[in-house]
Write a protein that binds this ligand. Structure first.
Ligand code: DAT
Ligand code: MG
Length: 139
């Protein structure tokens, strides 16, 4: 079944010049892009996107980081796209939970600056796509 996932290349990935590297890995896996856009992230959008983490001690630094520069927001599409991209991304902590061959495992050093976001479930994907791409028809 074809799925859609909301993928972000976070400000560290854009600033480090990793857009092409990350897009290349997504395309090599066989996933396709239903939407892709360079975006400046407002505090409002950041807070809604990360609402599940509102009570966490790192919430403030997370919002500061994700609003610190432009991100690439994309809707990635394909069979099992949600799980497929989470595998491409690797563990949240790019060292402690390093997955060799993954985006974070290969390219990131810190949990706070781990290059990419990918929706973690079908419900999250639907919510996040509506938030970032309100004009994209849901399917
Ligand atoms: P993921 O991005 O793998 O879905 P998450 O949803 O648990 O991870 O957390 C969202 C982001 O918040 C994560 O990519 C980086 C940051 N984060 C998570 N846990 C953290 C921690 N213990 N310290 C600092 N930042 C953290
Ligand atoms: Mg998450």
């Amino acid at each position: 079944m074809t799925e859609r996932s909301l993928v972000l290349i976070k400000p560290d990935g854009v600033a480090r010049g990793n857009i092409g590297e990350i897009i290349g890995r997504i395309e090599r896996k066989g996933l396709t892009f239903a939407a892709i856009e360079l975006k400046t992230v407002s505090e409002d959008l950041a807070g809604s996107h990360y609402a599940e983490h509102k009570e966490k001690p790192f919430f403030g630094s997370l919002i500061e980081f994700i609003t610190s520069g432009p991100v690439v927001a994309a809707v990635v599409e394909g069979p099992r796209a949600i799980a497929a991209f989470r595998q491409l991304a690797g563990g949240t902590d790019p060292v402690e939970k390093a997955v060799p061959g993954s985006i974070r495992g290969d390219l990131a050093l810190e949990t706070g600056e781990n290059l990419v976001h990918g929706s973690d479930s079908a419900e999250s994907a639907q919510r996040e796509i509506a938030l970032w791409f309100p004009n994209l028809a849901s399917s």
